[in-house]
Design a binder for this molecule. Structure first.
Ligand code: GLN
Length: 196
């Protein structure tokens, strides 16, 4: 199986390394035509304003929106989560509006803009998942169809799923724990085998 990792900006190489540990090829995606035959796409962390601009310049918005409409699996981590959101508190960046969540960039504040927290993640079993938060976005609104998979101790959602869409405000690709990547792989629709 091949999974696309948007490689316009940010820590796409780390995601590709985790996929490799799971025996999956992560294909770097920089152009719309590279999304053909890809059933799963990871939008990595980085700088969402830059990511947003590059997505427009490289005409990546429409093909990613189309992937989402087709029920393909898309996972946004950190800046990637900002990009998949329905709405953002500020006017820039411009999100893809794929998932019914509202997001505030750098919402944990400048003083504590990076922290780590062990999380209980629904569907991943009892072992905690080590969450690495780097100038992370805050989820300010969760739509009806969105399932909260993990929260901070104060109840703040940090991992959410809506059908085949996944979003995490932390960076699973920076830990040795493969479970969220495996979870995402399991969301990817399999090609139906061609009928003979
Ligand atoms: N603060 C960044 C932004 O707003 C996201 C940080 C990250 O992806 N680690 O785009």
């Amino acid at each position: 199986m091949e999974v696309g990792v948007l490689a316009l900006q940010g820590d796409f190489a780390e995601h590709i390394a985790v996929l490799k540990r799971l025996g999956v090829t992560g294909r770097e995606i920089r152009l719309p035509e590279q999304l053909e035959n890809i059933n799963g796409l990871i939008i990595p962390g980085g700088e969402s304003t830059t990511l947003s601009r590059l997505m427009s310049i490289y005409s990546m918005r429409e093909p990613i929106e189309q992937m989402s409409r087709q029920g393909k699996a898309i996972w946004g981590t950190c800046a990637g989560m900002i990009m998949v959101a329905q709405e953002i508190t500020e006017e820039d960046p411009v999100p893809l509006k794929l998932m019914d969540i509202g997001v505030l960039r750098n919402g944990f504040g400048r003083q504590v803009d990076s922290f780590e927290q062990d999380l209980q993640v629904i569907d991943l079993g009892p072992a905690p998942f080590h969450g690495v938060f780097i100038r992370a976005p805050v989820i300010t609104r969760v739509g009806r169809e969105v399932k909260v998979m993990a929260t901070l101790p104060d109840g703040q959602p940090v991992a959410v799923r809506q059908g085949n869409l996944l979003a995490t405000s932390f960076h699973p690709e920076l830990t040795a724990d493969n479970r969220l990547h495996q979870y995402f792989l399991d969301l990817i629709p399999q090609e139906s085998s061609p009928s003979a």
